[in-house]
Design a protein around this ligand. Sequence first.
Ligand SMILES: NC(=O)c1ccc[n+]([C@@H]2O[C@H](COP(=O)([O-])OP(=O)(O)OC[C@H]3O[C@@H](n4cnc5c(N)ncnc54)[C@H](OP(=O)(O)O)[C@@H]3O)[C@@H](O)[C@H]2O)c1
Length: 381
Amino acid sequence: MKRIVVLGSTGSIGRQTLDVVRSFPQNFKIVGLAAGSRGEKLSEQITEFLPEMIFCNEKNFLQNNNFDSSCHLVSMEEMVVQENVDIVVVATSGDVAMNPIVNAIRAGKIIALANKEPIVIAGKFLTDLARECQAEIRPLDSEPNAIWQCLQGDPSVSNVIITASGGALRDWDITELYNVKVKDALNHPNWQMGEKITIDSATMMNKVFEVIEAHWLFGLSWSQISVYVHPESLIHSMVEFVDGSIKAALASPDMRIPIQYGLFYPDRFFNPNVSRLDLLAQKNLNFSPLDNKRYPCFNIALEYAKKEGTWPAVLVGIDEVVVETFLNGKLKFGEIPKVFEKVLSQYVDHNDGSLKAMIDAVKWSKLNTYEIVNSIGDNDA
Ligand SMILES: NC(=O)c1ccc[n+]([C@@H]2O[C@H](COP(=O)([O-])OP(=O)(O)OC[C@H]3O[C@@H](n4cnc5c(N)ncnc54)[C@H](OP(=O)(O)O)[C@@H]3O)[C@@H](O)[C@H]2O)c1
């Protein structure tokens, strides 16, 4: 029986993790649940899974809910280090779980990571720390999870190909992208995901983050990683080996499959609740290179990511603010690449290898991005 904590249990990945746990009650026990503002959803989950530890970022959560005295309210930092925790699933968004991840690594836990921002912000720091503390970081995100599966028993890698669905706007006329509506950018053809990652998919920033993630998690050089658009989202990524063979990991676009692999690794079990991929029903598997005109953020951001140091952290900060301001109508979709370029051109890297330097870079970039977005708003007025 593996004892699991889920950080971000009320979100898209969190709920799907609980669904996997629901399918295997003999194998997994939820010992901790943590959420942000959806107290009501968390309360339902507590009633169903009876965790010993809970965290909610909502102020009035405890006033509005009564729980058994065996259920304790603790911080996420405390929750992940308890002795009765085997696996910490990180399904939060943004960088809110950075300190809990560091604590979990120091405590030598298995970290099943869907949340890519922390590894993008501090990839070298976290992977070095994990090696030192003999903690395991298992990727749940479908693309790095696919690479991880392809690499099993096969270390002679030549390069990896990360696939991209192309996002909600992949078939739109490029001239119409500038003023695209929020609801259209959120209308992903293949995946049901949280809002942030769905917009990141439309701008292709999600793939920039996955390239950075693959660089750190699998120790690949930047030139070993490429991205192809694959609109069917059936091949989740591929690894080409030195002898020219290519392994691809295919599955239905259902996040419960990589989540289950991450929880059970190295074992595999039949789950009657996940959809199977019917290859005979597929007419085509298409691939194309990224079109820089459609996805200008990709090259802008990747060029800076490759400088390493605190640059990836700056990308995360900018991205968080551009997505937030796009979603609340303060920024146009077509203005997003300009904002990236402006903020990046003003940044001076202050990297001393510390986690603080990375966190400071995120803070700096958020502040400066708000300023630049506001100045665009002023110019428009
Ligand atoms: N969704 C996918 O299919 C998918 C696929 C691959 C990778 N990912 C990655 O996985 C991560 C999660 O994505 P998602 O789509 O599941 O996001 P989501 O639906 O927005 O869920 C985010 C979760 O984080 C919680 N949270 C936010 N602020 C918090 C805080 N201060 N303290 C504690 N919990 C907090 C939210 O709680 P409340 O809801 O209660 O506010 C929610 O449970 C992202 O990094 C994303 O890039 C997602």
